[in-house]
Design a protein. Structure first.
Length: 120
């Protein structure tokens, strides 16, 4: 029998331009708090992330320096146990620059996402 590694968790489409309104670099990597890849930046700063916890922060990286990364804090809405939902969540937020994260000691954690809506 073949065994395949799977990703568990929730998925979301996140619209998260830079804090100043600029677009995130297309193809930038997106990692969870454990440094595991959960997605990549697409057009117009859209990220499809999978394997998400109910709450946490994502780091977007397009280089190695603190000015080449930013952070997105998120909280997903509670799952309704009996509701069947074939869609995925759609969130809007901003990506807080790495330099601001260091200056304020985790500014990204105060960057709460707007209320989530379900995309179908």
């Amino acid at each position: 029998m073949m065994k395949y590694e799977t990703v568990s968790g929730r998925a979301a489409l996140i619209q998260a331009p830079k804090l100043g309104g600029g677009a995130l670099p297309f193809g930038a990597s997106v990692e969870d708090e454990q440094g595991k890849s959960v997605g990549v930046v697409g057009q117009d700063s859209r990220i499809f992330a999978r394997g998400l916890e109910d709450q946490g922060a994502l780091t977007v990286k397009w280089g190695n320096g603190p000015v080449e990364q930013c952070r997105i804090a998120y909280t997903l809405p509670k799952k309704e146990a009996k509701a069947y939902n074939p869609g995925y969540l759609s969130l809007q937020s901003h990506c807080v620059p790495g330099s601001e994260m260091q200056a304020s000691g985790e500014a990204g954690m105060t960057n709460a996402a707007m209320p989530a809506t379900v995309a179908r």
